[in-house]
Design a protein around this ligand. Structure first.
Ligand SMILES: Nc1nc(=O)c2c([nH]1)NC[C@@H]1CN(c3ccc(C(=O)N[C@@H](CCC(=O)O)C(=O)O)cc3)C=[N+]21
Length: 286
């Protein structure tokens, strides 16, 4: 009997569609309001992976007709200096969205830095206020990777309602918020993390699995319930996901590849939310 193969959830194609729509909205803002929607990217230090990710975000902005303004800060930047820099951007009417690239370095209080971003410019969905809105089902900006995952599920007509969703990972801008969004869609949500006992047995109970641990190939096919929907949100060096793709795709019904799954949706969501932020900022006071 030939092994079944899961259908791929193509994030590259869906991201392209979303970016095309964003580009139309950016062009309309520029034409009608004479305002070029602008994303500030803030990077502390020069970690090569972070430099690459930020460059990808800038390149996508350019392609969609958004302006990006880069703020490069030395690795030695203190929490107070970073908070100040984010305060300046938050007060600048020429900036509509702010992205502070994670991680910022261990000597910095990342929570304090995220919370220095004005909520109306928090297009990356990292502030405590955005998290609260997300958790309570209000309308704030979603964290970009979780928001992108929900868009992918919607596109592939996966309704989380009633599903047992297992999220492996509980980080502030990925695991934790994606669980909250899935709860908002009426999934039964279990979080697994470094203290979890019997991880394998919990993972194998998942109808919908979100892997967000940052450990290459951490989840293997035999852990996956046949027919499960598998979302690989892991980003590791060398573009390797948290899920061992070749074994997982023989068990899952739907699966995101790495690359070409969640990653492109993250960036497309960031751009879309920058326009969401710019529209009210440019029409205010008319
Ligand atoms: N404040 C903050 N917000 C983030 O959203 C954030 C962050 N910090 N820090 C780092 C992670 C990582 N991240 C990725 C975005 C796109 C791809 C992506 O598009 N990857 C491509 C492949 C990359 C390539 O072509 O080299 C793909 O999966 O197809 C991956 C990873 C956002 N992050």
């Amino acid at each position: 009997m030939p092994t079944a193969q899961a259908q791929l959830m193509n994030g590259t194609d869906l991201a392209r569609t979303l970016i095309d729509d964003t580009a139309r909205r950016a062009a309309a803002l520029t034409r009608d309001q004479h305002v070029v929607p602008t994303l500030a990217t803030v990077l502390v230090g020069d970690d090569p992976a972070s430099v690459t990710y930020v460059r990808m975000k800038q390149k996508r902005c350019e392609r969609a007709g958004l302006r990006s303004e880069h703020v490069a800060l030395p690795a030695s930047t203190s929490t107070a200096q970073l908070v100040d820099a984010l305060g300046v951007l938050s007060a600048d009417p020429g900036i509509h969205g702010i992205l502070l690239q994670h991680p910022v370095g261990d000597h910095i209080d990342e929570r304090a830095a995220f919370d220095a971003i004005a909520p109306e410019k928090d297009v990356d969905g990292v502030t405590s206020q955005s998290f609260a809105a997300m958790a309570l089902g209000g309308n704030g900006f979603a964290s970009c990777t979780p928001g992108g995952i929900i868009r992918l599920l919607d596109h592939y007509a996966v309704d989380p309602a009633g599903m047992h969703a297992v999220v492996v990972g509980r980080s502030p801008i990925l695991g934790r918020p994606v669980g909250m969004l899935l709860l908002g869609r009426n999934a039964t949500v279990t979080y697994c993390h470094s203290h979890t006992r019997n991880l394998g047995s919990i993972v194998s109970a998942a109808d919908l699995l979100v892997a967000a641990v940052g450990k290459p190939n951490f989840i293997v096919g035999e852990d996956i319930k046949p027919g499960a929907v598998v979302i690989d949100a892991g980003y590791n060096a060398g573009n390797i996901g948290d899920v061992e793709f070749s074994s997982a795709r023989t068990r899952a019904s739907l699966i995101t590849p790495v690359p070409g799954g969640v990653g492109p949706m993250t960036i497309a969501t960031l751009l879309a939310q920058t326009i969401d932020a710019a529209e009210p900022q440019t029409t205010a006071g008319e």
